[in-house]
Design a protein around this ligand. Structure first.
Ligand SMILES: NC(=O)CCC(=O)C(=O)O
Length: 272
């Protein structure tokens, strides 16, 4: 399985419209890959809080349309990263109350929507995304030929229980679009490897390059195998990181070192 992570630069000097066209061209250039991944909120930037409302789209808005066409043209499974979604009753996804969500979109090679995932853990500690966007509630897996994806978004990486739930639902390849800042790059690498090791799963974590809203981005998109080995890691700038994965390695790792079978569920509350 060939995966290409598009670590696109999200700089203020470029409009979302221009970046959307550029991202579509980058996706089309990945024809021959099986899975292509874009980062979190790459139209606006994950820290460009003031732009969320202005650039928010209905689920089936311009990014959906552009990415569905690009997936079909390239003939790839496309995790199109996330968009600032404005919920509408028309798409059946909730009340038409203007709530924003940080919503990831996954398209099949024929351009059909295969999954949408609303980010569960919002970043900002009572500011920014945490107050501007609603929280998703539902973990999402996506069956692909020969494997199953489990979806998370950026800050979700800090919450291992989400990924354990995805693994319990059959996920073997954990895909995480992000807009992670350079300031906490050490956490990014450490947590990506930890999620891979503890879940004996691949982790494909795709970040952004550039600087927006005064926040330099970490880049360093990373692909980790189920043993925790880093298969590929990008630099800081815009880059397409391409890697060949063997999905059978998940079952092999879980068989050779069956730690997941030793889980003890339902632990009692610690006594004080
Ligand atoms: N967009 C995000 O979720 C940022 C997360 C982050 O900066 C962190 O977890 O650190």
């Amino acid at each position: 399985m060939r995966a290409s992570l598009i670590q696109i630069a999200v700089d203020e000097g470029e409009s979302p419209v221009s970046r959307r066209q550029r991202a579509a061209a980058l996706v089309r250039a990945q024809a021959g890959a099986d899975l292509v991944v874009l980062p979190e909120l790459w139209t606006t930037g994950a820290f460009a809080y003031e732009d969320f409302g202005r650039e928010a789209e209905p689920l089936q808005g311009p990014t959906y349309e552009t990415m569905a066409a690009a997936a079909a043209d390239a003939g790839v499974w496309l995790h199109a990263g996330s968009i600032p979604e404005r919920a509408t009753s028309a798409d059946g996804s909730g009340p038409d109350d203007g709530t924003l969500y940080n919503t990831s979109l996954v398209f099949s090679p024929s351009g059909e929507l295969a999954a949408a995932y609303r980010k569960i853990h919002r970043f900002g500690f009572d500011q920014g995304e945490a107050v501007l966007m609603g929280a998703g509630r539902d973990p999402v897996t996506v069956p692909l030929p020969g494997t199953t994806l489990g979806l998370g978004t950026c800050y979700d990486l800090r919450f291992p229980e989400l990924f354990r739930a995805l693994v319990d639902a059959g996920a073997e390849v954990l895909v995480l679009p992000a807009g992670w800042p350079e300031r906490r790059r050490a956490h990014w690498t450490l947590l990506a490897r930890a999620r891979a090791v503890e879940n004996q799963a691949f982790v494909l974590a795709c970040g952004t390059a550039g600087t927006h809203a005064g926040v330099p981005q970490a880049g360093h998109s990373i692909v980790v195998d189920p043993w925790g080995e880093v298969l590929a890691e990008a630099g800081a700038g815009e880059e397409v990181l391409t890697v060949d994965l063997d999905p059978a390695k998940v079952a092999a790792t879980r068989e050779q070192f069956p730690a997941l079978k030793d889980r003890v569920l339902g632990l009692a509350t610690p006594r004080r």
